[in-house]
Design a binder for this molecule. Structure first.
Ligand code: ADP
Length: 534
């Protein structure tokens, strides 16, 4: 067979030649809608690639972006790796100190930044040493002195001089950092090969995602969060229309775009999908939707979410599990032939599990007794391997920390695995609640609480207890205009759980704190509990 390297210029060529007329649509910071075609995109991407080389970017150099999801960010996603350099999207919800840390750790050489995010950059610019800053113009204000204008830079690049990267497919193409909820962010390098194979996994209908040329895909998930789950690369490969929401991630703005651009596929964390459901429920006839699938990942699927979207709006919410360390797709809760004729309720139960490994990903679980049996009840830490799973962290002196001696990634997620290979995440190892030696799943309690009609959100943490060592404690956000008591919730849970699972206490709060990628931040709730309870 031919030795064809799996490198990103292949996607660029395909998008340009086969999908020249298909559109890429962006909502810009000034709220205007920008539209152009894959032909325009490819031409501008090549100009940017050449211009970056003229600015001194060579193979292996890192180019950081500090940007919302939009077309210029997509251009950087391709231009940088297509000349053999490494694109590094920065998490714009990081603190200035975290940003300083990752830019220095990655040794980013050039930064491409949204004009509307310059105030954030100003907060850490004195402590980083990028050689050039390229600003994407987005307002009527002039680009400040000392910075380059993205459009001027691009105009200086000659498309005909574009020399696509033709090196080894294992060369680094993309860099990102974990969101750092448990310490310093850790860097990961995705290779051309891993990105290409991962992009193909999103095309597979057997994995339930199955994005095709007919789709109109809108990644709600930011491009700095595990590469927007690989959607930008996948869509350019398949020719799916891409819609980027810019900075407007509130339910109303998203629903407007879903309707106006006839979006068929989207993906985001549960908190965002919950806000979309609430907005829809407030006026169910208001929007005409074309969505077939909403991929949910990042945190466990609340059961009411999959049920409500299916029953009320005919939209499938596909539960996926993954990690930044694995590009990120690991498993999907597809409906198998076994479940096809099952009752809707059984299908919803299945959808709350994290599902089956997608092709190329292998998994196993391990506890203190060794590898766990695939029996649906034994629990242990999930270990994974595959061609888009990281083998080490970037610049990490101790790669052994999260990897087994035989090279599997230790995920930190506690799971059971059914006989047919479906995983169910019970907890993250750091959130586990061990009460009197018995293990209690905070995920299961949260899921049940969020099924109560008066509860908007719930997070369950472990609190210390003299007798039982640890007990569960629930933080609950009531729905607007609803009042609910601890007794009522305890009674509600008692129908499903053993008595010792019931939370020791409930606290009613206005909002659950979020991580930089929109997940519940339980460490902040644990701190709050200790602050308030000594
Ligand atoms: P961070 O580790 O910084 O939160 P990631 O997005 O990489 O950033 O998080 C990966 C983790 O998110 C997984 O290890 C798992 O704990 C959690 N996670 C992802 N998807 C799911 C899911 N569908 N259900 C439960 N937990 C999930």
């Amino acid at each position: 067979m031919m030795d064809c390297q799996l490198t990103l210029p292949t996607i660029l060529r395909r998008a340009e030649s086969l999908f020249a007329k298909k559109e890429i649509i962006s909502r810009l910071p000034d709220k205007s809608i920008h539209r152009y075609t894959y032909r325009d995109f490819a031409a501008r991407t090549k100009k940017l690639a050449v211009a970056l080389q003229q600015l001194g970017i060579a193979e292996g150099d890192r180019v950081a972006t500090l940007s919302w999801n939009h077309y210029q960010h997509l251009e950087a996603y391709f231009a940088v790796p297509c000349i053999g350099a490494v694109v590094h999207p920065l998490n714009l919800r990081f603190s200035p100190d975290e940003l300083r840390f990752v830019v220095n750790h990655a040794e980013d050489k050039i930064l491409i930044v949204d004009q509307v995010l310059l105030p954030l950059f100003e907060k850490f610019k004195s402590s980083v040493s990028v050689s050039r800053v390229i600003v994407i113009p987005q307002t009527d204000e002039p680009i400040p002195e000392g910075y380059l204008n993205y459009e001027d830079v691009l105009a200086a690049g000659d498309e005909s001089e574009f020399q696509p990267f033709e090196g080894d497919e294992n060369t680094a193409a993309f860099m990102c950092y974990t969101s750092g909820t448990t310490g310093k962010p850790k860097g990961l390098l995705y290779s051309h090969r891993s990105i290409m194979l991962h992009a193909i996994s999103l095309m597979l209908t057997c994995a339930g995602v199955g994005i095709t040329e007919r789709d109109v895909a809108l990644p709600i998930v930011p491009m700095f969060h595990a590469g927007a789950w690989g959607l930008p690369y996948n869509c350019a490969f398949t020719g799916a229309t891409q819609v980027f929401p810019g900075p407007y991630l509130d339910a109303e703005s998203l629903l407007e775009l879903f309707e106006s651009e006839k979006v068929t596929f989207t993906g985001g964390v549960p908190t965002v999908l919950m806000s979309i459901l609430n907005k829809l429920d407030a006026d169910p006839q208001h929007y005409k939707l074309y969505l077939r699938t909403m991929a949910l990942g990042g945190s466990a699927m609340p059961r009411f979410l999959v049920k409500s979207f299916d029953e009320r709006y005919g939209i499938q919410v596909l539960h996926t599990w993954g990690m930044t360390e694995m590009s990120p797709l690991g498993t999907t809760a597809v409906i198998t032939s076994d479940l096809e004729n099952a009752s809707k309720e059984d299908q919803y139960d299945h959808a709350t599990r994290q599902g089956f490994p997608v092709p190329f990903v292998e998994l196993r679980g391990r506890n203190e007794l060794g590898l766990i049996p695939w029996d649906g009840s034994a629990v242990g830490e999930l270990e994974v391997r595959g061609p888009w799973v990281a083998a080490s962290y970037y610049g990490d002196a101790d790669p052994g920390e999260k990897f087994t001696p035989d090279g599997w990634l230790q995920t930190g997620d506690i799971v059971s695995i059914s006989e047919d290979g479906c995983i169910e995440i019970k907890d993250r190892s750091k959130d586990v609640i061990k009460s009197g030696g018995e293990w209690i799943s905070s995920v299961a309690l949260e899921n049940a609480l969020m099924g109560h009609p008066s509860v908007l959100e719930a997070a369950v943490i472990s609190i210390p207890d003299d007798k039982w060592m640890e007990r569960p404690f629930a933080y609950v956000v009531p729905r607007e205009g609803k009042v609910v008591s601890a007794d009522e919730l305890r009674e509600f849970l008692a129908g499903t759980f053993a008595k010792f699972w019931l939370p020791e206490g409930f606290a009613f709060i206005d909002a659950i704190p979020r991580t930089s990628v929109g997940k519940f931040l339980k460490s902040a709730l644990r701190d709050r509990y200790h602050r308030e309870n000594g």
